[in-house]
Write a protein that binds this ligand. Structure first.
Ligand code: PMT
Length: 221
């Protein structure tokens, strides 16, 4: 068996939670640490791929990986737009905020004698759905982070995002998913039986996902 089955392939991986500014000092964020995305970047490099990580966090990058740092969903979209056509695949492990402030205050928002504060939010673009719709030869791998009805929601996302592979991630338990070093996922692929992976370290989870990406890639040849 070939040791570097993804040699010559260029992969984009996103990692971390986007940070959507409210004012110069505050943002809307989420609990994503970026660990899953960085583990995927490492597993792809081990399989011989060239990897560019579009990341919102400052973790130590795996050897050989190019990192592009972004903050917001819009910046992530721009970074992906510049690179997607020349890539062979996109793995969307980032937790992209679905909403951002309709208007970002130019000065720090002040307290207002207990009157409360209403924030007007506007929807961010669905990045993976956009790239899933425009993909040519690229493999598009999406995640679904769910706290309930995991497989039902994940199946819907597989379709909506026109993904080749969807990683259903149960994020309802504290020992897996956001922030920690372990994860437990189900791999969902159109026309194939679902594969439940056990609770594993994130690098082992990433290697199992990349094994599946290698199979997808081999099928096209
Ligand atoms: O970063 P860690 O702490 O290691 O945690 C890992 C993780 C739990 C964040 C990761 O494994 C994971 O599940 N990532 C996806 C998080 C997410 O945003 O899921 P979602 O179900 O809300 O979104 C579905 C898919 O659409 C995802 O691939 C997401 O990147 C993408 N998306 C979502 C919203 C949006 N506006 N644009 C998108 O592209």
């Amino acid at each position: 068996q070939q040791k570097t089955p993804l040699a010559g392939k260029n992969y984009l991986v996103t990692a971390g939670g986007t940070k959507e500014a409210l004012d110069p000092v505050r943002f809307i964020g989420n609990r994503s640490s970026g660990k899953m995305g960085y583990a995927l970047a490492q597993a792809l490099v081990e399989a011989g791929a060239q990897v560019t990580l579009i990341s919102t966090v400052d973790l130590k990058a795996p050897w050989g990986v190019k990192v592009v740092t972004v903050q917001t969903a819009h910046e992530m979209e721009f970074a992906l737009e510049q690179r997607f056509d020349q890539s062979d695949g996109l793995v969307m492990a980032a937790a992209v905020a679905d909403f951002r402030a309709a208007q970002v205050a130019t000065q720090k928002i002040k307290k207002n004698n207990g009157q409360g504060l209403e924030l007007q939010l506007t929807q961010n673009p669905d990045l993976i759905a956009h790239f899933g719709a425009k993909k040519g030869h690229q493999k598009v791998i999406a995640f679904a982070a769910e706290t309930n009805d995991l497989i039902t929601h994940a199946q819907a996302k597989l379709k909506k995002k026109n993904a080749d592979l969807l990683i259903a991630n149960d994020v309802s338990k504290s020992d897996r998913g956001f922030g920690v070093d372990q994860n437990q996922v189900t791999l969902i692929e159109p026309g194939q039986p679902n594969v439940d992976l056990p609770l594993l370290s994130k690098i082992e989870t990433a290697r199992a996902i990349v094994k599946r990406i290698i199979q997808l890639t081999a099928r096209e040849n």
